[in-house]
Structure formats: structure tokens, C-alpha cells
Design a protein around this ligand. Sequence first.
Ligand SMILES: Nc1nc2c(ncn2[C@@H]2O[C@H](COP(=O)(O)O[C@H]3[C@@H](O)[C@H](n4cnc5c(=O)[nH]c(N)nc54)O[C@@H]3COP(=O)(O)O)[C@@H](O)[C@H]2O)c(=O)[nH]1
Length: 751
Amino acid sequence: MLEWFVDHTRLGAGLWTSRDECLWQQNADGDPMTTLTVSGIGGELKLCLHGDVLTDGHQLLAKALLEGVAAALGGGESGLLQSFMDAFDEHIWIKDAEGRYRFINQSTLVSWDLSPAQILSRKDAEVFPDRVSEYTDTDLKAVKEGHPIVVAECIDRSLDKGNIWLETIKAPMYDMDGRLLGVIGTTRDIARYKAAEEQLFLTSKVFENAIEGVMITDSNGIITEINGAFETITGYSRDEVIGKTPKLLNSGRHERDFFENLWRALKTQGHWHGEIWNRRKNGTLFAEQTSISAVYGEDGQVRCFVAVFSDISLLKQTEAEVAQLAWHDPLTRLPNRSKLTTISQQQIKLAANRKTRLALLLIDVDLFKHINDSFGHLAGDKVLLSLSERLAALLGAEDTLARIGGDEFVLLTQVRRRDDIPVILSAIQRAFDTSFDTSEGESVRLSASIGIAVYPDDGDNPDTLLKNADAAMYRAKQQGRNRHAFYTEQMTQSSMQQLRLQTALRGAVKNSALSLVYQPKINLRTRKLIGVEALCRWTDHELGVVSPAEFIPVAESIGLMPEIGLWVLKEACRQARIWRDQGLNPGRMAVNVSGSQLTGDNFADSVARVLTQTGLSPDALELEITESVVLDNPASAIDTMDKLRGMGVSLALDDFGTGYSSLSYLRKLPLNKLKIDQSFVRELPTDQDSGAIAMAIIAMGEALKLGVIAEGVENETQAEFLLRLGCTEAQGYLFARPLLASELKQLLQGG
Ligand SMILES: Nc1nc2c(ncn2[C@@H]2O[C@H](COP(=O)(O)O[C@H]3[C@@H](O)[C@H](n4cnc5c(=O)[nH]c(N)nc54)O[C@@H]3COP(=O)(O)O)[C@@H](O)[C@H]2O)c(=O)[nH]1
């Protein structure tokens, strides 16, 4: 049976154009269709019939249609042809060799809105006078080409469907002898194809212009298509990859497991998403963010796989740079504190598994600040870099060197016993044996204080180990620097004690629990009082009497010193003024100045304000500035000292001899007096070195026209010795201990 009676739209769509051939392979039910070619009519006339065998009936039908066409062209009638063609939506018409319409189907009549009599036997000049040349030209063109041609594609308006796309095809028709019979034309609605064509066009544009690389493989993983971005990213051209598998891009960076998981996900979920490292044609590796999807056919089988990927190499590089910055010290490129924590955790696990120990050595460069202050920060950086290189050269395969602060390094090393550590310490010591070059062509010698904490004895986590190593390092510093200390439980106790002290000191300052005592200074020749030094005292109800030698560094470390120092200054000036108002002469009132006070904001202004408020004359005040404080920040210290001297305040360099001041350096300081540190006085006159130092200081004072006072004079021998050397002023228990204000008043009154 002929299908066209039942489903003529489908049959009509493929009447004779070669472009439709593929649609005819099977009908809507999936049955195979047989194509019967009837030659001799307009190139090819294809009829679609059910079944895979051409029956005699089919052949008879084809013959009848052919005769019908011949009859139509000869001016005769063909009922079978007419009913066959009327079954189609397409407009079909046939013109003879002279251009007269010989056949039109029903659909054409409706569309042209003409009767058969207005068309048949007439030429275009009569039927379509205003389009005659267009129509006859395309007839001639089809004849000239000798096969069906598309002569027009246009948007037209259909009464029932609105705008529609129409395609007109014309084909020349020949008889069995090859003589031209005429032209057959058909016009049909191709909206469906146009939509598909547009869709295809857009899809191909998206595919081609995508920034992402696209690779399509068949179900066996053979590459069947790629886009331009694929070529740009990988460097492979289309020809080089079609027919190959994606293994072509294999970087070798992924284990077999990786691809097994990928294929498992594709098979079970139809999708995989992740990062793959691949290799470009030029051999370089690149990271890509990839999504692979399986595309299934109607039968549920995988038709192909589509991989869409973007090159994330730059992103990876940026990520790596950020990680480098986040986890490493920018100067030395060594791991920083955060990274050290992570590494420590891993190393602790390793030591736990192996039942070994992990030693954490905290290396703090002694007095590194002086390098920066003396030679500048660039020179400081150069020295640190070269130190980091020397220390890194000591590392074993499992060791780590980190920089966790300006001049603080940590060495992590696995050891079997604590006894292995001294060998490491000796190696570190050797790194400091040679001097370091600064950028100014000078070289400096450095030393370090090292604190050691060991897992599991001193802590089982990175924080505790580092904290305890820090306590040990602090102890090494206290013991005079350039040494090491192992952490002990007692250090934790002393740091707890420090904490208690800090809390109590804050309370003391808040509750005005500090007081002052005054120690006389005398002229060694006359033994008369020439001044007093105000010294701070604190008695806590729980801690008892706390020495300033203990609480002043604590106050300095927790930022309380400027407040305490200002109170001492005010109180001492107030007291001096009271004594003077009472007609007593305490000489110069000496007040100690801490580092944070001297280099803090506007210290000179504060002093001026206190003098104004208390009414004490500037020349009645002496400020004692510790030598190391000046050395710590010379530029700022000298600036403030100049201002103080300008105001008429007297300046003394305290603890002199303990620092590194040279004659040339001293010359720059606006000083009035040098105070020989009591550590030298204590050993006089027996210790020759102390004697030599005292003598040198006195000579320096003379050379620079500075006064010299000795502190800590406890016996007559020391006093006489100093006087013989030329030192005329002294302070010490020999003359008086620090006294309460009331006691000193009595002394001043000659009591
Ligand atoms: N910045 C501030 N520092 C201050 C202040 N008050 C004190 N200090 C400093 O604390 C350190 C310890 O001071 P102190 O315990 O008061 O000891 C002083 C004297 O008591 C002691 N001294 C004096 N004579 C003798 C002696 O013959 N023998 C002996 N063993 N000790 C003696 O010396 C200290 C005075 O030192 P100095 O200031 O260097 O002259 C000490 O460094 C104080 O400076 C303060 O208010 N602010």
C-alpha cells in the first residue's frame, strides 16, 4: 500500500529533492522504506513505498505516474497523477518546453487563488505579468543546469500560518530520448529546515567561538570533533587529533586510578568534573578545568562524549604565588610561622610513629636591631639572607628551617635522643663563626641565643613546643646572649610568675601603689650632697617588695613604662620643688628615663610641661639615660636629647661602659655626665680590668669635658681609688642608701 495516502506530509517532504534523502530511510514506525527511482522526469522522481522489496504493483504505479506526466505535458488528462499530486501540501506545477502550464495540483490553485482555466495552457506572461522575467529566467536556468535547482527561498505570508519560509525548486524534464519535455516546479514550506538550519548555524558558531576547548569523542573514546579553542590551548590542529584518543594529551602526572575514577563516574553518572593536567603539543604541561558529559541516543546507549575545558594554568600559577606569599617569608623564601605550624604537625606525627624525638630550635639573632640602625634595613636584609643560606646549608632531608620573625629562625629536626642536639648546636654556632657582609662593604659579627624544646618531653603540639622554645631562648638571652638553653618546667613557672607580675603591676599603676625613694649623690672630695636620684618602689600585698630591676622591664614589655615614667618625673620634680620651697637644697634631682619614654612621642614637651606645672627650674633636673637605650635608636634619642639640653636640663649617660659607645660616637651625644656602671665599681680596686675600664671612662669624660660619677660605691677603698683616678662624684651605700622623702629631708636639714 502506498504510504502517501496515510502520511503525505512526511512523504511530501521528500518528494524529489536530494537534500531530503536521509529522511526517507525509515518511516514514523521505524519500518524500512524503499526508494523507487523513476528516471526521465526532472532528474529524479523518488517515490517512497513500504517494504524492502519492489513489487510488480509498485512498478506498475510508477509507470502510470510517468505516463500521467507525459499525458499532462501532451495536454491530456491523468487522473492518477492528479490525485497523487493533490495529496501533497506542496505546490506542484508542470510547464511544457514552451513555458505553458500543463499541470497544477490543488495546493497550487489554493495558494495562487486562481482557477485551472486561468492557468492551464497559459504562459507566465499571462498568469503573472509582473513577475514574468523572474519566472522564465529561473525555468531557463534549471534547463541550462540540467538538474533540479533551488530558485528561490523567501519569507512569505500564509493565510493560515502567518509568516512562512518557502523554497521553490525547479527541475527540467526529459523524455526517454533526452529531449526536453518541460520544467516541473514545486514550492514548499521549509520553516522546519530553516529553524534547524538556524539552530545548526548558532550551535556551530557557539562551538567555534567558545573560549573553552571542546572535544567530542565517539563512544569508544575516538576524537571525532574539536573546536578552535582546543587547537589554541593544546597546539594540536584538527587533522592531528581527529581519529586519535585523548591519550594524545596525557601529561603523565595522573595515576591510573585517576582515569579509572573518571571513567567510572562517566559510566555511572554520565558526567565528570575536575582538573586535569595535560601536555601541549610543544611539551609544556597545563592544567585544565574539565567537564565531560556522556550523550545518549534514544536507545539509551552512549552516542558520544563531550569534553569542555578551560586552560587554568594562569590561575594555578597565581594560586601558587599566593600560596608562596601566604606560607613563606618574602625575603628568605623560607616557610613562615603558619607554614611552620603545619610542618611541625607532620613532623610530630612522624616522630610519634617512629618513636623518635623532634627538636625545635628557636634561633634569635642577638642585638640584630643594631645592624639595622647602624647600616640600614637593606644591609640588615642582606645579613639575614646570608644567615638563612648558612643555616639552610645545615639541613638534612627531613629538616626544616623557617623564619618566624625579623631575626628569629626555627630549625626543626628529627633526633633519636636529646644527646644528638649538641652536634646541631655546634653546627649552628659555626654558621655564626664567619662575619657577615653588609651592603656597605663592611662586615659584622653576629651571635645568637637559642632556645630548645623537644617533642614529646616538652610538648606534644607545635604551639607548646614553640612557646617553650621561646621561654628557653629568653633564658639564654637573660644569661648574657650568645648561648643556648633547653626548656625546663621551671621556665613555665617563671613565665606564669611573669604573668602574675604583669597583672599586679597594672593594678599598682591604676591604684597609685608606686612610691619614690631618693639616693644622695656626693662630692668625693668634700663628701657634701650634690644631688639625689629618684628611684621607684613597689610593694605588692601578695608579691611583697618587687625590685624595679624586675618590674621596670615588665612595665616596658607591656607598654606601661611611659605612664610610670611620667608619674616618677612629676613626683620627683614636685618633691624637689617642695624641698626648695622649704629652704632645703637637694642639688639636682636625677630621674631615670626608660627607652620607650625617650623615643616616644614628644618626651621633651612632657618634661617641659612637668617643669612648668611643678615650678622646678630645668637646671635643677638631671635625666639619666641608659647607654643601651641611646644605642637602640640613636637618631631619635639624640633628637630628643638635643631638645632637653636646649631647655637647660642636665643629661647623664647611665650604666656607662656596658654598651659599645666609642669616643667618636659619644662626641655626637649632647651629654653633661657619664655614670660609671656599678658592675665595674664593685670589682674595684682588685680587678684590673674594671680598674682599666673605670680609668678609661674617666679619661673619656675629661677628653669630652663631661662630668663623671661612679655608682654603687660601697666602701672607702673604692671611693679613694676613684678619687685618685680623678672621679669626683659618687653614689652608693657607703654614703647613703635610697631614702624616704622624710628621711632625706632630715638629712638635708643636717639631722
Ligand atoms: N626608668 C626607670 N628606672 C628605674 C626607676 N627606678 C629605678 N630604676 C632602675 O631600676 C634598676 C634597679 O634600681 P634600684 O633597685 O632602685 O637600684 C638602684 C640603687 O638602689 C642601686 N644602688 C645604689 N647604690 C648602690 C650600692 O652601693 N650597691 C648596690 N648593690 N646597689 C646600689 O643601684 C640602682 C641605681 O641604678 P642607676 O639608676 O643605674 O643609678 C636600676 O637600673 C634603676 O635605674 C625609675 O623610676 N625609672
